[in-house]
Design a binder for this molecule. Structure first.
Ligand code: ADP
Length: 260
C-alpha cells in the first residue's frame, strides 16, 4: 500500500501526524500531558474521552492551530517548531477541519461558504472579487454533489438544517482538498437521525478520496462503527490507543469513570 500523502516529498517519513511527548499548558492546567502518537496516511481514528479530556486541544495540535508548550509535533513530516509562519500555513492548507458548530457564515449563500475552502490558496483580490461574483462554480458544485446537496448551491446558508450545514462545511473542506480531515465533534449539533448519515458521509469520502480521518466523538457507537482505531483521552493523557476490536468495555468505563 502506498502510504505517502500526495504532494509530500518522498524522502520524508510516511506518518501524517507524529507527536512525541507533547504537552499543552494553559497556565497551571495541562490540557495535554506527554502525548505521543503516530497516525499514518489512510487511518480512521476516533478520539474519545470525557468533556475536558483534551480532545479539541489535540485536534488543534494536529491542525497546527495550537502550539505545544513541550514535546515535538510533526505534521506531514514537518517539525512545526522549525517552520516559518508561511511554511506552517502551507502545511495547514493540507489539513482540513470540520467543527461542531460548522463555522460557516450563515448570511452568505452556500457557494460562498464552500469557496472559503480556497482561501488558503487564493490572493486577497481574488477572494474579495469572489464575494461579489462567486468564482469556481464547478468546483463548488462538484463538492456539494459529493456531500449530497447539489441543489443548494445558491441557497442562503442559514436556511439549511443543521445536517445540511454540516454537509456544507464538509464540502468546504473537500474544496480545500486536504491530505487529512479532522472533525471536532461533527455530529454533536445534529439530530440523532442525521448523525449516522454525516458519519457515513465522512467515512465514505475519506475512503473514496484517500484521506486520513481523525474525529472526536461523544457518541461511542460511531467510534466503533466508523473508525478503525480509538484513542482514549482522560485528563490530557492517552489512556489507550488501540484498534477498535481491542478496546474493551472496561477500558471505556475507566475512561469515563467519575473521580470519587
Ligand atoms: P475536550 O475537547 O476533550 O472537551 P478541551 O481540549 O476542549 O477538551 O479542553 C481540555 C482542557 O483545557 C479543559 O480543562 C479546558 O477548559 C482547557 N482549555 C482548552 N482550551 C483552553 C484555552 N484556550 N485556555 C484555557 N484553558 C483551555
Amino acid at each position: 500500500m502506498s502510504t505517502r500523502a500526495p504532494g509530500i516529498h518522498s524522502a520524508i517519513p510516511t506518518a501524517i501526524f507524529e507527536l512525541k511527548g507533547v504537552t499543552v499548558r494553559y497556565g497551571a492546567l495541562a490540557a495535554l500531558q506527554d502525548v505521543s502518537l503516530r497516525i499514518e496516511a489512510g487511518e480512521r481514528v476516533a478520539l474519545i474521552g470525557p468533556s475536558g479530556a483534551g480532545k479539541s486541544t489535540l485536534l488543534g495540535v494536529l491542525n497546527g492551530s495550537v502550539a505545544p508548550t513541550g514535546g515535538e509535533v510533526r505534521l506531514l513530516g514537518r517539525d512545526v517548531a522549525r517552520l516559518s509562519a508561511r511554511a506552517l500555513r502551507q502545511v495547514q492548507r493540507q489539513i482540513g477541519t470540520v467543527y461542531q458548530q460548522f463555522n460557516l457564515t450563515p448570511n452568505l449563500s452556500v457557494i460562498h461558504n464552500v469557496n472559503a475552502g480556497h482561501l488558503g490558496r487564493w490572493s486577497l483580490a481574488k477572494a474579495a472579487f469572489s464575494l461579489v461574483i462567486p468564482l469556481e462554480r464547478e468546483t463548488a458544485a462538484r463538492a456539494l454533489e459529493n456531500v449530497g446537496i447539489a441543489d443548494k448551491l445558491y441557497e442562503r446558508t442559514s436556511h439549511l438544517s443543521g445536517g445540511q450545514q454540516q454537509r456544507v462545511a464538509i464540502a468546504r473542506v473537500l474544496v480545500q482538498d486536504p491530505v487529512a480531515i479532522l472533525a471536532d465533534e461533527p455530529i454533536s449539533s445534529i439530530d440523532p437521525e442525521r448523525s449516522r448519515e454525516i458519519m457515513t458521509l465522512l467515512r465514505e469520502l475519506c475512503d473514496r478520496l484517500n484521506k486520513t480521518l481523525v474525529v472526536s466523538l461523544h457518541a461511542l457507537e460511531y467510534a466503533y462503527s466508523h473508525c478503525d482505531r480509538i484513542i482514549g483521552l482522560r485528563e490530557g493523557r492517552v489512556l489507550f490507543d488501540l484498534p477498535v476490536g481491542q478496546v474493551t468495555p472496561a477500558m471505556v468505563e475507566t475512561l469515563y469513570r467519575i473521580r470519587a
